[in-house]
Design a protein. Structure first.
Length: 171
């Protein structure tokens, strides 16, 4: 029993300075941090790179479609009527008068065609590795057949090719 009493007294004598120091630190409330100076530089850099919060951009107003002009109306088949004149946009056909790798020959074929047929549209397309010169806008293959006969006499070989989008106007 004496031994236990001495052990407790010894533990208390060691614990008393620690307890008193702990209670004094809590009362003073001071903390000292020892850090590397480079840490402060790093913290200041991260604060300078923070993006400001941007307000949301204003929403765009949806405008109603423009009213059709006087004398204009559209049918369900895609025909737009302008005072008895028709425009068709959709699948159709063109006559191909040149196919080859030479841009100069394609331009020459187009110039010659435009000289002989000034009222007919012509188009140059490049699909690697060849240039194509196509002429006319036709709704059906039979409409393009007349141009094919005339083109075969000057530009050989010519052929009718389908097009995903042609525009035919009767103005």
């Amino acid at each position: 029993m004496r031994f236990v009493f001495y052990c407790m007294a010894l533990c208390l004598s060691y614990m008393l300075p620690i307890i008193s120091a702990y209670s004094q630190e809590q009362v003073s409330g001071r903390v000292t941090i020892h850090s590397d100076a480079r840490l402060a530089v790093l913290v200041s850099k991260t604060h300078s790179y923070v993006r400001p919060i941007r307000p949301e951009p204003p929403k765009l107003m949806e405008l109603p479609p423009p009213p059709p002009s006087i004398g204009t109306y559209t049918t369900s088949g895609g025909l737009v009527h302008h005072d008895q004149k028709t425009v068709y946009k959709g699948k159709g056909y063109r006559v191909q008068i040149y196919y080859g790798p030479s841009r100069e020959k394609a331009m020459a074929a187009r110039r010659e065609f435009m000289r002989r047929f000034p009222g007919v549209r012509s188009y140059i397309e490049f699909e690697s590795p060849a240039f194509r010169v196509k002429v006319g806008d036709y709704r059906s293959r039979t409409d393009a057949d007349g141009m094919l006969r005339e083109a075969n006499s000057m530009f050989s070989p010519s052929m009718i090719v389908p097009e995903p989008q042609v525009e035919i106007s009767n103005f």
